[in-house]
Design a protein around this ligand. Structure first.
Ligand code: AMP
Length: 403
């Protein structure tokens, strides 16, 4: 792994430390439904406070319209949870960008960074302002590391010191280790809604793996490309030709793309629609493919059993609907049973892993969705790249000081 400044390398006493966290947690009716991301950060927060620093926390939540306050996307529930878990009040600061009054040992949470105009576009002025709030900037949000935004990238250009947080570092270490020399056969499962969001990773995987299992809405586009009727199923017409090319590329690379033999269909995209098992050659004009069928599940299980490395992103069907969750559920359980090294990542994949209670039996679960996929593609994530640059500058400065 390349060099990064770590919190442990720094003297934090009397310093103002700004940590970019990932508190983009699932919520329902203003209640946090899964607090894993928040509790994971607590040891670092305690370490920084105990070292005598002032601590500013920054995160995004959801996708609000930029530059506008919207209660739905407020981090208030996060501030409440942090306060109860840390045992002292963590105030939520609404107007923070022009400066925050604080004392040592204090922690504040800034309101959703995406309420600030210029965050998404990595605006220079906003980045400079954020950098001015602190002496040390720490990025501990792997899931946003593929985005060059003001709080993940721009700020690191202007902060006096920019460091990588422990969650980010452990994520990088685990993924690097898993991908260095993966044992073969390597099986990847790419499911989820759309090919367009996963096209690059599919292309890349075809060069590296033995079997690609496609599922979800993604497989419908490939079924259409292979001339099957897919009825009213979700698919992307403009990617049918590309899917044909990918099928050809897979053949050349000796990579087996697995398409379903049978599926579970409904006639309405809703929970209570009647589910029917259909052979893939019997799909009707009005059918909607919503999960894989039992024959396909059997075939998938056999492939998972043989695998030595498994990479998983995206559900095989509409797993939120009980009737159509069996494909994803069985897949999760088979991966959990397998002795292969298994890595999984992405919001819906983690939701499925949690729902089907297999968390402890997956070798590594990445917190990232897009960041996880881009890392697998071999791309340099912008937020990591800028921390590496900052680390090189910091090392040079420390050396100069030693002279
Ligand atoms: P993604 O974020 O791309 O991983 O997509 C996850 C979403 O894909 C989940 O909400 C699933 O319900 C949805 N999904 C999976 N299979 C299908 C399908 N056959 N048709 C429509 N949506 C699907």
């Amino acid at each position: 792994m390349s060099i990064l400044v770590k919190i442990a390398d720094l003297d934090l006493s009397d310093k103002t430390v700004l940590i970019r966290e990932d508190y983009n947690v699932p919520m329902k009716n203003f209640e946090i439904t899964d607090n894993t991301r928040i509790t994971a950060t607590l040891p670092t927060l305690k370490h920084v406070i105990n070292a005598g620093a002032k601590l500013i926390l920054v995160s995004h939540l959801g996708r609000p319209e930029e530059g506008k306050y919207d209660e739905i996307f407020s981090l208030a529930p996060v501030a409440k949870l942090l306060s109860s878990q840390l045992g002292f009040e963590v105030p939520l600061i609404k107007n923070w960008i022009d400066g925050i009054d604080m004392s040592n040992y204090q922690v504040v949470l800034c309101e959703n960074v995406r309420f600030e105009k210029g965050e998404i576009d990595n605006d220079e002025e906003l980045s400079r302002k954020m950098a001015q709030l602190c002496q040390i900037y720490v990025n501990d949000a792997f899931a946003t590391a593929h985005r060059a935004q003001a709080s993940t990238h721009g700020i690191a250009k202007y902060a006096a010191i920019s460091a990588a947080g422990p969650l980010l570092i452990s994520e990088l270490k685990a993924l690097t280790k898993a991908l260095r020399k993966p044992a073969k056969p390597i099986v990847a499962i790419i499911g989820g809604a759309k090919v367009s969001t996963k096209l690059t990773i599919i292309k890349k995987l075809l060069e590296k793996i033995d079997t690609l299992i496609l599922g979800g809405g993604i497989v419908n586009t490939f079924l259409n490309a292979a001339s099957y009727e897919i009825g009213k199923s979700l698919y992307e017409k403009d990617l049918v030709e590309t899917s044909k090319e990918l099928i050809e590329q897979a053949k050349k690379n000796n990579c087996n793309i697995l398409l379903p033999d049978d599926v579970l269909t409904g006639n309405k995209f809703e929970e209570n629609t009647t589910a029917e098992i259909k052979s893939i050659s019997d799909i009707d004009r009005n059918d909607i493919i919503m999960d894989v069928g039992p024959k396909t599940i059997k075939k998938l299980n056999a492939i998972i059993k043989e695998a030595k490395t498994i990479v998983w992103n995206g559900p095989l069907g509409v797993f939120e609907f009980e009737k159509f969750s069996n494909g994803t559920k069985t897949l999760a359980q088979e991966i959990a049973k397998s002795d292969a090294y298994s890595i999984a990542g992405g919001g819906d994949t983690i939701a499925a892993i949690t729902k089907f209670n297999v968390k402890k039996d997956i070798s590594y679960i990445s917190t990232g969705g897009g960041a996880f996929l881009e890392f697998l593609e071999g791309k340099k994530l912008p937020a990591i790249g800028i921390l590496e640059e900052a680390a090189r500058a910091w090392v040079a400065m420390e050396k100069a000081r030693e002279l």
